[in-house]
Each structure stands twice: as structure tokens, then as C-alpha cells.
Ligand binder design. Sequence first.
Ligand code: TRP
Ligand code: MN
Length: 450
Amino acid sequence: MGDMTSTWSPGSWRDVETAQQPEWPDDAHLGSTLETLRALPPLVFAGEARRLKEAMTKVSRGEAFVLQAGDCAESFGDFSADGIRDKLKIILQMAVVLTYASGLPVVKIGRIAGQFAKPRSSASETLDDKVLPSFRGHAVNDAAFDEASRRADPDRLVRAYQQSASTLNLIRAFTKGGFADLNQVHMWNQEFVAESRQGRRYEAMAREIDRALRFMGACGVDLSADSSLHEVDLYTSHEALILGYEEALTRQDSLTGDWYDCSAHMLWIGDRTRQLQGGHVEFLSGVENPIACKIGPSATTADLLALCERLNPRNEPGRLAFITRMGSGSIEEALPPLVRAVRDSEIEVTWICDPMHGNTFSSSGGYKTRRFDDILGEIKGFFAVHQREGTVPGGVHLELTHHAVTECLGGSEEILDTHLSERYQALCDPRLNARQSVDLAFQVGEMLQG
Ligand code: TRP
Ligand code: MN
């Protein structure tokens, strides 16, 4: 594929067919907006993306574990310092449990600071005889069902950039400014354990973590002085969907001369846009970031091998992750042939489990939902397959929110079908709420220990 990469440029995707792009009504407006974005500072830096790639290399060898989590779609309407703090809090709480249970460093990656665009199964939506463009995420249009809201507006790309910049600013402040202190995060987990009947199941693990912390203190480790105990790295990621936006934020690193998509540390390609000859694969083939590709049940071993060849021709470890989303009922049949083909070709890939997207269905009341037990079941299947095949289960990819929503069924509060209507706020897919998320982390922790 040497000839392919040699003709790559940040705009070379424009020469091939590119799925899932909005119909922008005004080309001149789009053009001037992309010019504006091109002139704005990068959101992340090449050196940070390289650090994440190093961390992902460790993950691929089983020396670290990925927790990638956040909203299905971020919202322009739900944006506040408290909200970002609370989302970070959940991710940190989960990370502590997974770190303790796995005995490995946890690489924390948010679906955050850029997750504003959604692929849709249909370009338009019909309601009461009215046909309008589908909602494609706040970077493109608004969810309300009227003509003005659904019109694709390039100004939204700049707003997505600005909200990403503010979000990153807070993430950097919170992760380095004391909020991530290990003792404090552990205290939040102890509250979770004490507060709920189900939480008490995890008392033993919480007590062990407590004892480990006190042991370190007793040995003379100054838990408040060591920066590794109160600072974390939280990397950002989103689906690289709207390629005009991604292209405008792609910059040449002054140190290496390499191209990086500086809209996030990690970018992924969706299951709907992973066409080998399509624009998304073309675009991400040329940036040096760590990247991922979602893999659904329709993917063949030939697809995967060709994706590796195209997206990681140098077979560089840490470069490419496959995020599998098979469904809890299918994973044990669908995943093994793929894992074997990659393993037997000695291809460097990190395997991550997305237990959300293959387990979505409509409730009797018409709500798009997921069962907590199916989510857990797919993760269990993921570990089982990798154990049998002698490959590395690299991590989990989750959709969650800090809000006390009722979008997914089950979990420690036993959310039932009849509860879904109470606090269903999803802009797109149903998310785990705060308690379900921490609950899940403890259960995955138990799997990692077992
Ligand atoms: N710095 C370490 C890490 O990122 C340990 C750590 C400190 C930590 N605070 C944390 C881990 C909060 C998880 C959550 O892993
Ligand atoms: Mn989703």
C-alpha cells in the first residue's frame, strides 16, 4: 500500500466516496467555516497522541487495560463545568476499581470533547407525512423535528470545536489539579458501596483497596506528595465522521513532520463507515494518531485483514484497535474466527469490547434501550473468547452519563421497562447511569480477578 500512503494528504478523502456526510445547503458557507477552523489552534498535541500510542502498545501486550467511556453523543444543551466534573468522576471511580482488580494501569479515554456527530441508518426521517433530514449530532443539526432545526449548519462545527476546547480545558484542570486524588476517588466508591443494597456486594473489594492504600501510607509513601497518586491522564476520543472538520484540524507536527488529527488523541471509524475504499479509511490511514475501527457482526476475516493492511501497513503496535460490538448472544461465535485470523497473521491489533451497540432494542413502550445483563454478558463473552484463543482482551468501550437517567434496564437499582419514561434523556443511544456504571466496573473487576 506504499503507493496509497504516498498520495495521501489531509484532503485526499475528497477523491473517494465518503459515506454519512451531511448535505450542507450552502457550499460557500461550509468553505468559509472550514477556513476558520483551519486557522484555530489544535485541541490536542502530537506529543500527547504519541504518549497514548505508547500506552496502547502496552495494552496490546496485556500490560495495561483500556477504559473508554462517555456519552453516545455530546450535547450543546447539556454543557457545564459541573457536568464535566461529574462525568470525569464516574470514569475515575470505574478506573480505580479496574486498576485494583486487574493489577494493571488503566488507560482512560473519554468519548468526550468532540463526540458531536452521529451516523444514521437513513438520511431522512418521516413523521406525519413530513420528511426531514435525520438528526446527525449537534455538530451538524438539532434533534427537534422542524425544518430549521434539521438544516445542516456549518456554524455548528465551530461551536463543536469551542465546546471541545472548553471541555478539554476543564479536563486538564481537573485531572491535574487534585480532583483525581486516589484517596478521594476511593471515598466516592465507598459511598457507593455503603449507599445501596447491591453496592454492599462490593464491600470486600472496597475494603481491600482501602487496606492497600493504608499499607502504602504505613510504608512511608506520602500519599499526598506523590503526583502519581493524585494526577491522571484522561485522553479524548470521538468517531471521526465529518471529515471536513477532521481535515481542518489535521496538522503537521513540527518535530517529526508527521500529520496528526489534532481534534482528539484517538479517533475511530464507525461500523457503518469502514468501507475499505471509502473516505474514512482513506483519511485515517494517513494520520499518525492511535486509531480504532468498530467491528460489527457483518465483518469478515478478510475485511479485518484488509483494514489492518490499509490502516496499519507498518504493523506498528499501539496504532490500531478493533472495537468489537457483536451482541451478547453472538460474540462467542462471531469473535473467535476474527481473533484467530489476526493472531495467526501476527498482526498487531488491540481488542476492545463495545458491549453497548450490539445489545440495543426497543422496549414495549417504544424506548431504545439495553439490558445491563446483556452488556455484562457481552463483556464476559469477550474475556472468555480471548482466554480460549490466547489473545489479549484490551479493554471496554462504554456509553454512560453522570445523570441519574433511566435509559438502560437492570443494574443495582433494577430499572424496569415501566421506569424508562421517568428520566429518558438520551440524544441518541441509551446510556448507563452513574450507579449502573460503577456497578458495572465492580462486576468487570470481579471478572478480571477471577
Ligand atoms: N496516576 C495513576 C493512574 O492514573 C493512579 C491514580 C491516581 C488513579 N488517581 C487515580 C487511578 C484515579 C484511577 C483513578 O492510574
Ligand atoms: Mn451510540
